[in-house]
Design a protein around this ligand. Sequence first.
Ligand code: ZN
Ligand code: ZN
Length: 369
Amino acid sequence: MNAKTRCSDCVDATDNSRPHALSSFPSLQSLCQYTALFGGSSARREAENNLAKTFVGGVFVVFAAVAAYAQGPMMNPQPIVPSTGMHAILLGTGCPLINPERATGSTLIVVNGKTFMVDTGWNSLVRLTQAGYQHPGVVLYTHFHSDHYDGLGQVFINRGIAGADQPLSVISPKGGKAVIDAVIASLAADVGYRKAHHGDKWSDEAVAADVKEFDEGTVYDADDLKIIMFPVDHHPIEPAVGYRFEYGGKSIVISGDTVKCDRLIAESKGCDILIHEAMDDRMLKAILPGLTKTDPRRGAMLTELIDYHTPTLQVAEIARDAGVKKLVLTHLVPSIAPIDAAEKNFIRGMAEIYPGPIAIGRDLMTFTP
Ligand SMILES: [Zn+2]
Ligand SMILES: [Zn+2]
């Protein structure tokens, strides 16, 4: 953000035209958001005034230290999608083998500014803050491979620090409550420290979840938004589900982890955007013989991995058969570098099967149906 950009978070609700004087400093824009987290506009004003005095007093070292502290995580001071309509933001496009440039399993659907985070994989909270949101409104899970939920602990603790006093709303397939309770239990020591430190100011509800488990069907129906959960085939992992979001005559489908299956094609029929997992099985099969020879155990594990994800050419068949208007690839296996040459190679042959637009997902890409 350049020095002339207005920090919209800092503008009085009654005055949308005037930026704060100090918000022209990029690090202070982060400070402005950080203070917003705690106390709204009055806290922001006070922080600015205090910093201004420090600056005028010439204690630049202190100024810099406070600004650096305020910088904190890589936060975006405002959402990267409009506050009206339905949008998708890819928060994690990788898979369990760590690639620092791709967080794991997570997609954010934003409807009129309300956030629905489908899965909370590794580093997804960092991406969420980069997308301009502190924590999710509602969390939905597709299944419980840890690359889809191991950012949940961070979500809880950040909610607590941000002063949340209501439990996190979670929509899940069967079995989710037990997993989420285990994550909460793993935070017991941390929560204990914070309660001892902050007393009544720390809310027990911050690290708590209101989990609603479903088999399938409509799992959310409010404010003209309908969310439908449907089973997919990620055998032997069960249950595993996908979601269809419908709002304003538009639809976005998220596949979750799956192989090609009839139900997914049926639920994707005519959707505006299908966000589908994808595996370049040709790349994996090319390394399989050598790996099997040198390390039979890992060779067998790679064979089993190939068995429960969708090869890219089959993803193209799904998109074609369902007549989707746009295909977005995520959960890339392997987690290739986000560079054009690697991505072009990843999707080779797909355009001959599916004639519509294909986007190879990168973290923080946004899509609007
Ligand atoms: Zn999985
Ligand atoms: Zn996965």
